[in-house]
Design a protein around this ligand. Structure first.
Ligand code: NAD
Length: 301
């Protein structure tokens, strides 16, 4: 059993932290949202008043935060957690941020003789709940070996992608593809429904044909096809459009810096931007709500 500090208890962090409690780890937690703290507190975690408190007297600190500027200020800011380490914990940042941000954090950790990895995840909220996430880790091989048992309490796959920032790089490439798959799936379903097909039957066809993909099988954007996905709950929960826009922005920045061409990623980013601008709820809705850009009012099936 380890004592783990967990900072960031949103759509992903809360179920991940819950799985750590189920695996009998002790948790010290912090989030800006008191409701999330209350929920995890009732499950047995110790609620902290600040990020620094949650990272004191622990063996490992896990962060699961929205974006790079929040992650950098949490680690490196005036009251940053790296400066306050009293037990030399290993730091695991599971947020999706720019590889350069992860490298800056790793350089600072190195100056304090502390171990850190970037360990963004894939698998969505379903994977977080079920404990089947894939961790894509950047950092020293020795550190990855030490944290493996903790990651496996929250996921079933741990892949060491390379040095610091490599986890982020691989994750950004994956999310570019995920955005293309989600828009493509929504496009195909809307085309079929407009021409009289049942979205359920068309989903069945795609699942058993060459268009088969994760979105149609596990994150179907048409309401009512799968019971426990955001589309069946008015597109609530899941992976917010604004987080996908952040990740596509990271991918495009990376492409610009490396002179790579990413036309499908750029198109997907434009589609999600148009969708996000259409009404004020869209940026906070799950990415599967892109279905509404193609078919304004998809009915439960
Ligand atoms: P979220 O917005 O649901 O949760 C973020 C949490 O961080 C919130 O509870 C918020 O209150 C908290 N927070 C914000 N600033 C904070 C601060 N300074 N100190 C402490 N807590 C703070 O986001 P999420 O969907 O859980 O995503 C978290 C990260 O995981 C993002 O980087 C996202 O890109 C990545 N991710 C999300 C998914 C998904 O399906 N949702 C999948 C893979 C990766």
């Amino acid at each position: 059993m380890s004592v783990i500090g967990f900072i960031g208890l949103g759509n992903m962090g809360l179920p991940m932290a819950t799985n750590l409690l189920k695996a009998n780890h002790a948790l010290k937690v912090f989030d800006l949202n008191p409701v999330a703290l209350e929920t995890i507190g009732k499950l047995g975690a110790t609620v902290s008043a600040h990020a620094i408190d949650a990272s004191q007297d622990v063996d490992v600190v896990i962060t699961m935060l929205p974006n790079g500027s929040i992650v950098e200020s949490t680690y490196l800011g005036e009251h940053g957690i790296l400066q306050q380490a009293n037990r030399e914990p290993i730091y695991i940042d599971c947020s999706t941020i720019a590889p350069e941000s992860s490298k800056r954090i790793a350089e600072a950790a190195n100056r304090h003789d502390l171990e850190v990895v970037d360990a963004p995840v894939s698998g969505g909220i379903m994977g977080a709940r079920e404990g089947t996430l894939c961790f894509i880790v950047g950092g020293e091989a020795g550190t990855v070996g030490k944290i493996n048992p903790i990651l496996r309490a929250m996921g079933k796959t741990v892949i060491h992608a390379g040095g610091h920032g490599s986890g982020q790089l691989a994750k950004i490439c994956n999310n570019l593809l995920a955005a293309v798959l989600m828009t493509g799936t929504a496009e195909a379903l809307a085309l079929g429904v407009r021409n009289g097909l049942s979205p359920r039957i068309l989903s069945d066809v795609i699942r058993n044909s060459s268009g088969r993909n994760f979105m149609v099988e596990r994150w179907n954007p048409w309401p009512g096809i799968l019971p426990d996905v955001p589309s069946s709950h008015d597109y609530n929960g899941g992976f917010q459009v604004n987080l996908m826009l952040k990740d596509l922005g990271l991918a495009l920045d990376c492409a610009q810096a490396s002179q790579a061409s990413v036309p499908l990623g750029a198109l997907a980013r434009n589609l999600f931007t148009l969708h996000g601008e259409a009404d004020e709820d869209n940026p906070l809705s799950d990415i599967s709500s892109i279905q509404k850009l193609y078919y304004p009012n998809p009915q439960q099936n």
